[in-house]
Design a protein around this ligand. Sequence first.
Ligand code: HEM
Length: 454
Amino acid sequence: MLTGQITNAPHIPRGSAFLDSRDMVSNPISVMEKYRARLGHTFTFHFGGAVSALVSTHPDFIRHILRENYQNYQKSYIQVERIAEFEGHGLLNSHGEKWLSKRRYLQQGFRRSRMMAMMPIMQQALSESMKRFEEERRENDVIDVHKQMVFFTLRLVGKSLLGNSMKEEELELVGETISIIQKFMVRQIVQPYKIPWFRISGQTARYQRMRQAADHFIREHIASRRKYPLEESDLLQLLLSQPFKDTGETLDDEQILIECLQLLVAGNETSSNALAWTFYLLCRHPWAAEKIRAEIAEVLGKEEPNFKNLHQLSYTMQVFDETMRLYPPFWMVDRIAMGDDEAMGIHIPKGTMVVSYLYGLHRNTDYWDDPEVFNPDRFTKERKKARNPFAHIPFGGGPRICIGNSMAIVQMLLILVALVRDYRFELVPDEPVAIRPMMILRPDGPMKMRFWRI
Ligand code: HEM
């Protein structure tokens, strides 16, 4: 790995960073917040006292990295290789021309018209999820909302990608496997020195076998759809029928498997955590839940949510924006500088790891008053317009901005509306829930809540 020495940004001495390396593994945000308070919006330190990283919470700096000179910044070698080991080379971990042609190709599956066509699949997946949720609620006085949100989003994302005929049990097994493998991937990313041990001890092979078992179901599903084509509007149908521009041919089963798997990984954990934090904040601030309920009554009345009326729920959307400000699922976005560069007067030598630290960006006091306070009114149309657009980027920014952002918003709105309309809820006990920053910002432990039917 390349290790650049950064010259002119304030820095944490190597010795201090080394002393913090244990905390860095268990809760990197607590360490980064300490450095941010000490050094300001842009600083450098050595990860574990070893690999130099340049961290920024300044919107203009981040815009430079993710948008203005994005071609100079690639995803880190560790990320690309760790993802490839289990999920192959797909959109998430490719670069340059290869990435661009995949991106253009897959983008078709996320257009507004396709989202509208996918609504019946999403509505059916939602109604199935609501049935299961109600069963769970009847059986248990207190339920783990985080776990429930994983089931909801797995069904909605999974079925939007693979279709309604994907069997429930198979989807659950795939989801569970993804979650176990994700945890293993995080261990490899934060403790790269243990990778040889993981290989020798057979752990890597064990996880590979698990992945192969999950792949098997998706492969069979693809093969069956090829044999018996359906009139479906899911993404799989697009991948099976639309020729890839570079070759003029449709993708083969292996490529389809990789792209579907990567989209499932990228789409499930992000949305489920964003939703879990939304329920948490609504419990801590019940007045916001009441405002959402009133908005639903006013906009939807007795109507079922559809693509059009969902987008009229402006206050509900403000609540999501504020939740993802405080708890951005991707709490940081890292890149490696491929050549020397400079941003806001800071020299960035080739090989430097550059971290757009979204958790800190969303708390930068130059852009946010009382940043720890939950206040959805920060996201009224007027206030949004007046703010630097890179001050709030839960979906990332520049050409690699999240491809699934509109799908995520529609699905999160569908789930939130259904649950807020039918239930009241409270946190048990009503106490702060700590964060657990893995690759995605999760709650530390279960998020226990009680639900009553309205
Ligand atoms: C609340 C939900 C979501 C959040 C907060 C989120 C956030 C992000 C962020 C920050 C990135 C940029 C990462 C980077 O630049 O390194 C990203 C990329 C991506 N997201 Fe999402 N995402 C969400 C939901 C989804 C969904 C539902 C899907 C698909 C079904 C999806 C698929 C992807 C893919 C494929 C990329 C990589 C795009 C590329 O490299 O061109 N995401 N997401």
